[in-house]
Design a protein around this ligand. Sequence first.
Ligand SMILES: [Zn+2]
Length: 300
Amino acid sequence: MNSITGRFAPSPSGYMHLGNISVAVLAWVSAKSRGGEIVLRIEDLDPARSRREYTEAIMDDLQCLGLRWDRRAEDQSRRGEAYRAALDRLQTYPCYCSRDELRAASAPHASDGRVIYPGTCRHLTEAQRRERTKIPCLRVEVPDREITFVDGLQGPCAMSLQREWGDFIVQRADGVAAYQLAVVVDDAENGVTEVVRGRDLLSSTPAQIWLYEALGLKAPVFYHTPMLLAPDGRRLSKRDGDLNIRAMRERWKPERIIGLIAWLHGLTDRWETVSAKELAEGFSWDRVRREDIRINVNSL
Ligand SMILES: [Zn+2]
C-alpha cells in the first residue's frame, strides 16, 4: 500500500501553461521520489468555464511530459451529492448579499482583494429570510480562532479565520459547491496525503484546514510553490501565449520543458535536458526555491 498520494487537479478551462506545469512536475516528483502515487482529478466545478477538449488536451500534455497518474478520480462535476452530504455536517446559513452590498459594507479587505464577509446574514431571523427574494448562497460559520499549520515549503503559517475570511461561501447561489469545500471533500475522498500547488492558494489553506477539522477529516501536507512572474513583477498567466504548453511543445522536447522547470525552481544549476523520472531520483524539497521566480519569456 502506498503511504504517499499526491495529485494533479487541473481545471479544464484552458491549456496548461508554465505555471501549472511546474506545479504538476513538483507534485509528481515529490510523490514518486518516495514511492508514492498520483491521482488525477478534473476540477470542472464551473460548467460554464469547463470544456471537454481541454480535459483531453491536459491529459495528453501530462502524458507527453512523462507525468503519468496512477488513477483517475471522479470529476468534480459528478460529485454534487458528496458535497451536499458534507454541507449537512456544517453550520451554514443562507446569505443574500449582492457583490455590491459586500463591497459597500465597511468590511476590511484582504491584501489579495478578497472581500472579508462581515457576517451580515448570520443572524437574520426566519421571517427576515422569507422576505428575501434573491436566491442565496450558503456560508459556513467560522470560529474566532487562529489556524496554524506548517507548509512543507513556506514554513509556519498562522491566520485568523474571522479576520482574514469571515464566514466563507460553501455553496454558490447557483447550487454549485464552492471550491473550498469541494477540494477538501475530494482530497479526503481520494486519499491525498500531500497537496502541491501555487503560492496564490496559500491564503485559502487555513480555511481548508479548518474545514477538514470541522468535517472530521485528516488534512494533507501542503507545499505552496513560488509564482512565476514577468520581469516587471506581473504574474505570468495563460495570456502569456509563449508559455502555453502547446507552443512550448512545438519549440522544445518534453525533457527540455522539464529541464526548464527544474532549473527555474532551483533543482538544477542550469537548464539541462532531464526527464521527470530522472528528476524524481534524489529529489528533495530542501532544494526547491521558496521565493517567486521572475523570468523573461522572450529570452528563453
Ligand atoms: Zn449576506
